[in-house]
Every structure is written in C-alpha cells, then in structure tokens.
Design a protein around this ligand. Structure first.
Ligand SMILES: Cc1ncc(COP(=O)(O)O)c(C=O)c1O
Length: 436
C-alpha cells in the first residue's frame, strides 16, 4: 500500500488538504480545455523516484513524466543549476549568443555521432523541424539538379511523432489524425519492420523516412536490425534523410546513449526531447553536416528554444548522466526489472510478452490495462497503459535496486487484485502485435 504521512481521519490538517485538492480539481474542470482524463490525485512534489500528493501519499514513479524525469525528482545538482541560472538570465533571444547552447550542442554531437543541433521547445517541434530540414535539403538539390520532386515522407505503422500538423501527418493511429484532416500531404506508412513493404514504397520521390528506433506510445516495439540496415541503404541510395525519432527512447533510456547505436550505422537526422533538460521543456534536431547545411540564416527559427537557463540545465543533466554512470544503471536496473517481470509472466497467464530495452519496457497483457493503472494508483504505483493492453514502464534512470524490488512486489499485488476481464477493445492491436 502507498505510505501516508499520518494525519488522523477528520483532523483539521487532513480536511484542509482534501479541500485544497478539491479546489484544484474544480478549477481544472471549470477552466481547462477537456483534453486529459485525469485520476483524482493531485501531485505536489517529488524526490528521487518518489512522488507525493496533497494527502501526503507516496507513489513509486514508474512513468517518469512519460520518459521525461530521467534524473527523478529534485536532483540536487539540477536544482542548483536551475536556481543559479534563473537568477542570471532565463531568456535572451536566439538573435544573440548564449553561454550554453554551443557546449550543449557539442555534448550532443559527441553523444550522437552527428554534427550540429537546433534547439526546440518540445518533441513535436523537433519533428516539425526535422521534416522541414529534409524537405529543404531535397528542394535545394532539386533546384540545382532538376528531376522529379522529392517531397514524400515515409513513416512506420503504429508510430507516434507528435501533435502538430507535420508530426501528426506521420503519426499512424487514425484517432489522432482523422479529426484534424486535411493533414500535410505526401505522408505514407510502411508496415512495421517489413523490408519488402519498405522497398516497394521507397523511391526517388521520398525525401525522408522517419523511424522511432523503439516505438514508445505504440507499445514498446524495437525496430529490427534488418529493417534499419535496409532503411539506411535506401536512404543513401535515394539521397533521402533517415530520421531517427529518439524523443522517448533516446539519451540513455535504451541502455545506450541512443537506441540506434546497436546498429553500427548512423541516421542523418535525430530528434530528441523528453529527458534532455531533466524536466524543463527542451528538444533538439541533430543532423549530420550534409543535411544540417540545408538550414541557412532566417530559414527556420524559434523564440524560446534553447534559452540560457534551459541549456545550462540540459548540459548539467547530461553531465549527471555521465558522472553518476546512469546509463550503466539503466542497463543493470533494466535487467533486474525485466527478470522480475518475466517471473510474473509465468505466474499470470494474461501476460503475453515483456518487451523493450533498458528502462523502456512494455508488459503486453491480454486483458484491459486501464484497471491495472487505477489499481496501481491505489497501491502507490504510477504506471501507464498504451493501446489499452500494454502496460508501459518508463522509470527514472536513478532507479535503485531496492526500488525495483519494491515495484515488483507492488506490481504483483496490482496484477493479483485487478479483475481479469477480457477486453473487447484491443482485438485489432493484438492481431497486429502477432505479426511483429
Ligand atoms: C517518439 C515520440 N516522438 C514525438 C513525441 C512528441 O513529443 P512532445 O509531446 O514533446 O511534443 C513523443 C511524445 O510522446 C514521442 O514519444
């Protein structure tokens, strides 16, 4: 059960906390646009892998702000840098140099094997910029060489790339795209890990193929080596960009700095965001020299992206990951977690598969996952369910062995308690998963 700081039932302290939470919920219900269905919990603060609500209840955070809080909550080094820089300068403008963009770009170049960076405010903005970079590269080439227009974007079935129009156009599930049609023209989807389909759709009219190296929102599906190799070869052959979207799986979560580093060949463009600034909103487009050169002054920009305080925080976040050997920790804790989940899969026959790498793991179940998420909250666990039947685990990189043990104990209790009712809603996704 979730631990509680003792406040006697009906005590003035407890009543006033409940009233505060009630007021927050009421204000949201009255004034926010209705885009999220939230549980009643009101979170107030955190430390390490723990979060706390208005009632003082403690939760073990295995969602990590959807892969954002790599350093957990309130990491002292990150807090120190944010405090220091907030008192110096939060924002100048991208019209001027700032002390941290260059060093951060250099660090990302070292980590990724690519050459240059452009900073954004979010993942979707990084994706938009990456698509624009691939288009402008192709258009400039065509202006010199002539020939057929290279304007098509290829993406993968089951992908998720963001909510703005370009990123949405290459996001697969119809529920995200269809309400907003018409979208950006020229996007087409390739069957996941299907080399034959890729070869059939990839020709000289394609300017970019976009691939999540490990599909996150789609349910934790890693791209295969055979698919990656063929994608790399076709992109090179047709002078198109191979874009790796590592917004969810990148910057250490897979147990490598970038998930594509297991393949032995590089993409041309990479998008990153979520954990980059330890929770502050920052994304980046990374590109090799060949593609990066297609952006020239004035052609692309952003007001907020890459301000001094946020870049200082990101630089510190990456240094913490290096200094505290957190990628090694991701591999070690990930292996323990996976082993524990595999044991649970033997005990609970509704667990069909445990997938993923490092600390991006999916528990694929044959029954509705929403009740497990709800039961998790009751048991003091924050987890997520995607596609109705994949329980997604994205804990902070600072996870300790004792956190893994505690999680597995509570998760087992969650799995034991939830009703085992067959879900009607996930049948198509189940069929799709069987083909992977
Ligand atoms: C792989 C991937 N790409 C892009 C995005 C969009 O990022 P953001 O929500 O920061 O716009 C997400 C968000 O979940 C993601 O997982």
């Amino acid at each position: 059960m979730a631990k509680k700081k003792k406040a006697a039932v009906g005590s003035p302290k407890k009543v006033s906390r409940s009233l505060a939470a009630e007021k927050i919920r009421a204000a949201e219900a009255r004034y926010l646009m209705n885009t999220y269905k939230r549980p009643p919990v009101v979170l107030t603060h955190g430390r390490g892998c723990r979060l706390y609500d208005t009632d003082g209840r403690e939760y073990l955070d295995f969602l990590g702000g959807i892969a954002v809080n790599a350093l957990g909550h309130a990491h002292p080094r990150l807090v120190r840098v944010i405090r220091r820089e907030a008192a110096r300068a939060i924002h100048f403008s991208n019209l001027y140099h700032n002390p941290f963009q260059g060093p951060l770009a250099e660090k990302l170049a070292q980590w990724s094997g690519l050459d240059r960076a452009f900073f954004t405010n979010s993942g979707t903005e990084a994706l938009e910029g990456a698509l624009k970079l691939a288009r402008v590269y192709a258009n400039k080439k065509q202006a010199v060489k002539g020939g057929t227009a290279k304007t098509r974007f290829l993406a993968l079935e089951n992908s998720f790339h963001g909510r703005t129009f370009g990123a949405l156009s290459i996001t697969y599930p119809a529920k995200y795209r269809e309400p907003f049609q018409p979208l950006v023209p020229g996007a087409e989807f390739v069957k996941f890990n299907d080399v034959v389909d890729l070869e059939a759709k990839f020709d000289g009219t394609v300017c970019a193929l976009v691939v999540e190296t490990i599909q996150g929102e789609g349910g934790i599906y890693p791209v295969s080596e055979a698919f990656w190799k063929r994608a790399r070869a076709l992109a090179t052959q047709h002078d198109a960009a191979l874009i790796a979207d590592e917004i969810q799986c990148g910057l250490g979560r897979s147990g490598r700095k970038f998930a594509y580093q297991k393949f032995g060949s590089l993409p041309d463009i990479v998008t990153v965001a979520k954990p980059l600034a330890g929770g502050l909103p920052l994304g980046a487009i990374l590109a090799n020299e060949q593609f990066a050169a297609a952006f020239t002054p004035g052609i692309h920009g952003t007001t907020f992206g890459g301000g001094p305080m946020i870049c200082a925080a990101a630089l510190e976040a990456l240094r913490i990951i290096e200094d505290e050997k957190l990628i090694e920790n991701v591999r070690a804790r990930g292996a323990e977690l996976r082993a524990g989940l595999e044991k649970l899969a033997v005990k609970f026959d509704f667990i069909r598969e445990v997938r993923g790498e490092g600390l991006i793991l999916g528990v694929d179940i044959s029954i509705d996952g929403a009740t497990f998420v709800e039961e998790g909250l009751k048991q003091g666990l924050l987890i997520n369910c995607t596609h109705e039947h994949i329980l997604r685990l994205l804990p902070p990189f600072v996870l300790r062995a004792q956190d893994v043990k505690e999680f597995l104990k509570r998760f087992e209790a969650v799995l034991s308690k939830a009703p085992r009712k067959e879900s009607e809603t996930h049948t198509p996704a189940v069929a799709a998963a069987a083909t992977r």
